[in-house]
Write a protein that binds this ligand. Structure first.
Ligand SMILES: [Ca+2]
Ligand SMILES: [Ca+2]
Length: 428
């Protein structure tokens, strides 16, 4: 019986000594705490007898002799937290009556009764991690689809551009024809007017003009004005008139009270000239609209939609979120706006560029050149992109005056190996 007690005391004493010596130290630091005659402070500043380790008196400036007590102000206590994640706490929290380590190891000599919660915390964390992994793999599958859809859209847009360019070329040809026709018709009109004002002895000239007037052609051209690239109508009026004139004289002036007003040749020539001008104007307008459309499409095709064009599907879509009394709308690669309940809309920025750090460039979108703030800069917005199984705005903030921040969750932002910030542990 006595023997058993003695053995128990010896074992207990040995455990106590051992635990006192190594308490509050991570495995990788145990090599500094070998029971020798002396202990060298880890910063190398001082050599002390090993008995002074964890003796509740601070000897080393870096606190390394008191990892298991609250004696050193700069000291750190290592929670082993078996089943969860180990971490350091300030040594002032050792035996302060509050459970800081989930294994309760920081309250080894205090009235606090610490529950060991590491196992539960570990299970919780693993469940969360599994959920994140599940979401990530689902997100990655969805991203593959988006990449394929993006490739289709890209091909469609390229084809659209080629078509528009072809139409523009045809229209250019037609424009050249219409410019010549306008100038010819103007000259014809001049001739008709001259002939009408000299009625005698000009029959030869009049019949010549009549023969030159391409009346049928003009009648048809009037109806076909809006058909682009229709080359069949491009039969040019045969003419041997003098150098083309840009603009005819003021018609009202010529016609006003002029006896030639009722002359059928003059009438026909004037109508032909007017129709030529109108056709040309319409074609020029169409050409301008077409050029604008081509420019816009080229600008869109010049945008960087990600390494696999995985963000292309966001083009033409808009996302909304309401915060406080405002409704925010993000139209990716276009603009960000804020609308008040009163209906006033403010531009918070136009698409500028990807703005993430070098290792995660596609993690942040930048929109700038928004409406200027009163006595401030122009508004701008940064949009953070995070992985998720759907595309939606998660939050919006105004971290500083006139600068807005948003988070857009989308499968397109999912990366095969997401850098895990959790679980990373630095020893020092
Ligand atoms: Ca000490
Ligand atoms: Ca504590």
């Amino acid at each position: 019986m006595h023997f058993h007690i003695a053995v128990a005391v010896i074992i207990w004493a040995a455990l106590f000594v051992e635990s006192r010596k190594i308490r509050g130290i991570s495995i990788s630091y145990k090599r500094f705490y070998k029971e020798r005659k002396s202990f060298l402070c880890i910063d190398g500043s001082k050599l002390i007898p090993f008995e002074q380790v964890n003796d509740d008196y601070c000897d080393c400036a870096d606190g390394s002799d008191e990892p298991g007590t609250a004696a050193c102000p700069s000291g750190r206590f290592y929670c082993t937290n078996l089943g969860f994640r180990p971490h350091y706490i300030q040594s002032s929290r050792v035996n302060d009556g509050i459970c800081d380590c989930c294994d309760g190891s920081d309250e080894y000599s205090s009235p606090a009764l610490c529950q060991k919660t590491c196992r539960n915390l570990g299970q919780q964390e693993r469940a969360e991690l599994e959920e994140r992994m599940r979401m990530l793999s689902e997100g990655l599958l969805m991203k593959r689809q988006l990449v394929e859809e993006g490739a289709d859209v890209w091909r469609e847009k390229q084809a659209e551009l080629t078509d528009l360019q072809k139409v523009a070329e045809d229209l250019q040809v037609r424009l050249e024809y219409l410019r010549r026709r306008k100038s010819d018709a103007g000259a014809q009109k001049e001739k008709a007017l001259t002939a009408a004002q000299h009625p005698t002895g000009q029959e030869g000239l009049r019949s010549q003009i009549r023969a030159e007037l391409p009346l049928d052609d003009h009648g048809q051209s009037l109806q076909d004005t809006d058909r682009l690239g229709d080359k069949d109508e491009g039969v040019e009026p045969r003419t041997d008139s003098a150098a083309p004139r840009e603009e005819s004289p003021n018609e009202a002036e010529v016609r006003g009270g002029d006896p030639s007003e009722d002359d059928p040749d003059v009438k026909a020539a004037v109508e032909a000239a007017e129709s030529a001008v109108s056709d040309l104007n319409k074609a020029e307008e169409a050409h301008q609209r077409l050029q604008m459309e081509i420019r816009e499409l080229e600008e869109r095709l010049a945008i960087d939609y990600g390494p696999e064009r995985e963000f292309l599907f966001l083009l033409g879509r808009c996302f909304q979120i309401t915060a406080y009394e405002y409704s925010y709308t993000l139209c990716p690669f276009n603009q960000v706006t804020q609308k008040s309940q009163m209906g006033t809309e403010v531009l918070l920025g136009k698409w500028d560029a990807w703005d993430g750090p070098p290792e995660d460039l596609y993690g942040v979108m930048k929109y700038d050149r928004g409406e200027p703030c009163w006595q401030g800069p122009t508004r701008s917005t940064h949009v953070q992109l995070v992985c998720g199984t759907d595309s939606t705005l998660r939050w919006v903030k105004e971290p500083s005056k006139c600068h807005y921040a948003m988070e857009l969750q989308t499968p397109a932002a999912c990366q095969p190996q997401q850098p895990s910030r959790r679980g990373v542990h630095n020893e020092l």
